[in-house]
Ligand binder design. Structure first.
Ligand code: BG6
Length: 256
């Protein structure tokens, strides 16, 4: 838009897209850390991308978090979303029910008259519990769904904040610190070089499954997330659309 041109945002979008090596970047003006109404701008943009990218019968995997939850109010009944299925990309996290993937898929589906699938399992599973669960029919079915996802919607978080939210043990947090974990996305922790330094053993969408989907919508805003975002995008998946605010965008561009 003209506003975009005049404020230089479209130039920043191009710069960021090239730096992160992805398909598209959308920057909303303002700063989420100063003005919470920025979530509405982000949610609106993300919802319109979902509606643009949706295909009949598409399967959309959704993770939790505040950024992803901002989409809900802006989804509308849409031809392309008629037979869409929103699929919880993972079980619960911590105890914040309003930001869980399970809650969000139900909300999203209701907004646009689509269907949804939930996955109610603890996020952390012991090795024993994990291998037992894997063979449960319902879990098998979910894993198969994750193999055939068209669109993934996910947030990117600060590694230590996510460890806190997940109520990780002090021991695990210490380990993350030692390994230099900075960014986190769908249960994977990344260091500054983008190496995976830890991965939560859980039933949920795996990195390979995210990478093989047709379109990935990543949402993260606020300058404090700049380093985390950069760590995550060290292994860029080209068909990603990254939606962020101007303060994160500025911070990332300054770090380059
Ligand atoms: C979730 C992701 O969508 O968002 C997490 O699964 C990520 O991996 C989190 O860290 C970030 O949450 P928020 O609330 O900062 O958007």
């Amino acid at each position: 838009t003209l506003f975009h041109e005049l404020t230089g945002i479209s130039k920043k979008e191009q710069q960021l897209k090239a730096a992160l090596k992805i398909n598209q970047v959308i920057i909303v003006p303002s700063d989420i850390e100063q003005d919470v109404s920025t979530y509405a701008l982000i949610g609106k943009e993300a919802a319109s991308i979902v509606m643009q990218k949706a295909q009949p019968n598409c399967k959309i995997a959704v993770t939790g978090g505040t950024s992803v939850s901002s989409i809900g109010p802006y989804l509308q009944p849409h031809k392309a979303l008629q037979n869409a299925q929103f699929i919880a990309a993972r079980g619960g996290i911590g105890d914040e029910i309003t930001m869980q993937a399970n809650t969000l898929v139900a909300q999203f589906a209701e907004q646009c008259h689509a269907t949804y699938r939930t996955l109610f399992l603890p996020e952390h599973l012991s090795e024993q519990a994990y291998s037992a669960m894997k063979d449960e029919p319902i879990v098998k079915e979910m894993i198969e769904l994750y193999d055939n996802i068209n669109i993934v919607i996910h947030g990117i978080g600060d590694a230590m904040e996510m460890a806190d939210r997940r109520q990780s043990s002090e021991e695990d947090k210490q380990l993350l610190l030692e390994k230099g974990a900075i960014g986190e996305a769908f249960g994977y922790y990344f260091d500054e070089q983008g190496q995976i330094v830890h991965h939560i053993r859980t039933i949920g969408i795996q990195l390979e499954q995210v990478q093989q989907s047709d379109c990935i919508i990543a949402i993260a805003a606020g300058a404090s997330k700049a380093k985390s975002v950069q760590a995550y995008f060290k292994n860029p998946v080209r068909n990603t659309i990254f939606i962020t605010d101007e303060s994160a965008a500025n911070a990332i561009l300054e770090n380059l």
